[in-house]
Design a protein around this ligand. Structure first.
Ligand SMILES: Cc1ncc(COP(=O)(O)O)c(C=O)c1O
Length: 371
């Protein structure tokens, strides 16, 4: 069979996308000897040993079969208790999914009809726009440059009778900006007033410097919250996430999980119970110090908004476009990500400060030279 024949089998939807630009940078990193890698979106620490042991024990003791679609009962119950205590909403249920990504996929499949508009803020997490398009939705993009704040008037103007949902990520990947309580409340109340769904991607909820993160679900009880264990416990490969929101939506997502992901990995769900008993706060404090280190290192050399959370900073390139700037950085062994991976613009670049202090210092040195 010729290759051209195979090519013709591929769907138009699948062919409409290029592979993620971040993966291309990672592939490049694999060919470099000792890169200064500030491109990676995961913590530089490992899953703590007691949690790894719990995973090994779960496997050794035979907890290897499918779990119930919504997740193992002790984990679902424990999460439900925490969520009830936090929000006290009558109509808020939780289920366990295959990573936050799995939760986002199921949210889109559950809510978006072909032609529905989905509002996202630019810059956005790489997955959002392709996913909206995959389910037949129409991305409506609100530019938040240069300060990456949410302008509620612009959001109000962007909402039309075809708007189905607003997809909000806080703290933000790629900017690291943490929204103010006024912004969070404003989005929540506006969505409620307009009767559009609000989906809050809170994967970086534990990385919120100075004060605990506030969720729009506090202000709008119908908010669909997506969070997960990937970043907070450094278990990005374990594929554990959870979604909570109005019961009817959660039940629909669980139904669709039956026909797609089936369940999140069972032994790792057991291990995540051990994770919930483990205090990670030292790691989060340490990341606040890394934030301070990169901010101090780049101040006066680049324009940026100080990150309030996550582990990213998104400076403006001094001149030209970000793709060319990143090529120069890579020529100096520094791996960073150009802004156009996350944006309609190519004027900024993403640094991940989830790296050792030594790597951060090496990166700062190169960036000062390039400034
Ligand atoms: C904003 C945002 N949402 C979701 C995800 C996906 O996380 P998970 O590993 O839980 O699928 C990421 C990962 O980088 C992210 O940055």
């Amino acid at each position: 069979m010729s290759n051209s024949n195979v090519h013709s089998w591929l769907s138009k939807k699948a062919m409409a996308f290029d592979s993620s630009g971040i993966r291309k940078v990672f592939a490049l990193a694999a060919t470099m000897k000792n890169p200064i890698n500030l491109s990676i979106g995961q913590p530089d620490y490992d899953v703590p040993a007691p949690i790894r042991d719990a995973a090994c024990n779960a496997i050794q003791s035979g907890k290897n079969a499918y779990s119930p679609t919504q997740g193992i009962a002790p984990l679902v119950q424990r999460m439900q208790q925490e969520i009830d205590r936090q929000y006290q909403h009558d109509d808020r249920e939780v289920f366990i999914c295959s990573g936050t990504s799995g939760g986002i996929v199921l949210t889109m499949l559950s809510l978006v009809n072909p032609g529905d508009e989905v509002i996202v803020f630019d810059p956005y997490f790489v997955m959002y726009v392709p996913l909206i398009q995959l389910v037949g939705g129409v991305p409506v993009i609100i530019d938040t440059y240069p300060d990456f704040q949410i302008d509620l008037d612009r959001l109000r103007d962007a909402i039309t009778p075809r708007t189905k949902l607003v997809l909000f990520n806080n703290p933000s990947n790629p900017t690291g900006v943490a929204a103010s309580v006024d912004e969070i409340r404003g989005i929540a109340e506006l969505c409620q007033e307009k009767g559009v769904a609000l989906v809050s991607d809170e994967i970086y909820s534990q990385f919120h410097f100075g004060s605990p993160m506030r969720s729009p679900a506090e202000f709008n009880p119908q908010t669909i919250v997506i969070d997960g264990f990937s970043k907070s416990y450094a278990m990005t490969g374990w594929r554990l996430g959870y979604v909570h929101g109005p019961k009817e939506i959660i039940q629909t997502m669980i139904k669709l999980q039956q026909y797609t992901f089936v369940c999140a990995p069972t032994p790792l769900q057991h291990a995540s119970l051990a994770a919930m008993d483990y205090d990670m706060s030292e790691h989060y404090k340490n990341y606040e110090q890394k934030r301070n280190r990169i901010v101090a290192g780049l101040k006066g050399y680049y324009e940026f908004r100080e990150p309030g959370g996550a582990f990213y900073i998104f400076p403006k390139v001094p001149s030209g476009n970000a793709t060319d700037f990143v090529a120069r950085a890579i020529a100096n062994e520094l791996l960073i990500i150009p802004g156009n991976i996350f944006s309609r613009k190519d004027t900024h670049f993403r640094i991940s400060f989830a790296a050792s202090d030594e790597t951060l210092d090496r990166g700062i040195e190169v960036l000062r030279k390039l400034a």
